[in-house]
Design a protein around this ligand. Structure first.
Ligand SMILES: C[S@@+](CC[C@H](N)C(=O)[O-])C[C@H]1O[C@@H](n2cnc3c(N)ncnc32)[C@H](O)[C@@H]1O
Length: 235
């Protein structure tokens, strides 16, 4: 089934009522429950962009999906690129169990799941060789999450797992700051991040410190993604 905003809303409603959902989304069989983030249509576009980057760069051998949730990003890409090695992480074993189950259901044996025991994003990959990160991190600040006007405009948010959508800082930038800290250590060739378009220009500025940072738009022309490419002169 094609993932639309309406379908997503229906799935969130079903999980709110029955605590779980099982179905096929964009050709992927998915089990979801109250701990797992329900994939968003924008992430389908993130996956399409990531696929193009993998196709154009034959030197990409390992791709990581930090904060994998249901495993939707890793599984979608692992099905398309069976010869590539995938790593997928999350902070909770409950979430990783669902992602592992989904990987098996979709016959993806090329994904290794790892737990991030640390609050810092990408810490779990510090000693790994990763060529490409594809990330959909939380981006709602703690302040915004407490604002009545924001919740009134986005009522669905209260039905989503908080750890999946709210950052631990007041600005919605903690995952981005952690990612920037780890790029010089892990040295991936590319990092593709799904972002909120409110602070995208600020994110472009700060990620520009660790590589060539470009804003990419979704199919409606709305800026939603940041692509960081490490400069070739950086060791
Ligand atoms: C916006 S959801 C994205 C889920 C999935 N990648 C997708 O696009 O459907 C963010 C995910 O990050 C996970 N997460 C939150 N903090 C994390 C951390 N410190 N390390 C790894 N994952 C984390 C959440 O549990 C959640 O699954």
């Amino acid at each position: 089934m094609r993932l639309t905003n309406d379908l997503r809303e229906k799935i969130i409603g079903e999980i709110d009522k029955n605590y779980e959902y099982e179905g096929e989304i964009e050709g992927i069989k998915l089990h979801l429950n109250e701990h797992t983030y329900v994939p968003h249509p924008t992430t389908v576009e993130l996956i399409q962009i990531a696929s193009g980057i993998i196709k154009r760069n034959s030197d990409i051998k390992t791709v990581a999906d930090p904060g994998t949730g249901s495993g939707f990003i890793a599984i979608s890409l692992a099905k398309k690129f069976p010869d590539i090695k995938f790593l997928a992480s999350d902070y909770s074993t409950k979430i990783l169990k669902i992602a592992q189950l989904n990987a098996v259901e979709n016959n993806c044996l090329n994904i290794k799941f790892v737990r991030n025991h640390h609050s810092s994003w990408l810490h779990e990959f510090s000693a790994s060789k990763v060529d490409f990160f594809v990330i959909n991190p939380p981006y709602i600040s703690r302040i915004l999450y407490k604002k009545d006007s924001f919740i009134k405009e986005n009522p669905l948010i209260l039905k989503e797992p908080k750890q999946a959508i709210v950052t631990s800082d007041n600005y919605g930038l903690k995952p981005i700051e952690d990612i920037i800290k780890h790029i010089p250590i892990i040295k991936p060739k590319f990092v593709l991040i799904q972002c909120n378009n409110d602070n995208l220009y600020l994110i472009k500025k700060i990620t520009g410190k660790v590589g060539n940072s470009t804003i990419l738009t979704n199919s409606q022309g709305v800026p939603r993604f940041i692509l960081i490419e490490r400069r070739s002169n950086e060791i």
